[in-house]
Design a protein around this ligand. Sequence first.
Ligand code: F3S
Length: 87
Amino acid sequence: MTQCWKKLPAALFIGADGLYSPRMRVHLDAEKCQGHNRCYALAPELFDVDDYGQAVLLVEGDVPADLEDKARLAASNCPEYAITITD
Ligand code: F3S
């Protein structure tokens, strides 16, 4: 079967493993955040905490490929479901 790469969406890229995969984005819903700070503890490269203990997202746009696992970990450990991931 022949594949036409020109038909791939622009959001796709070539990852470190040489495979095409969608870019990940992480989103923080500040309204849901209650300051549990698990995100900061698990992924300090992606999250900080402000003076009130609320999460601050450090990454705008695509998550670097080497931090994707940490983004998923932070999202899955937020008890308020304030962090979501889109690919
Ligand atoms: Fe807030 Fe969830 Fe992090 S409640 S501080 S986004 S773990």
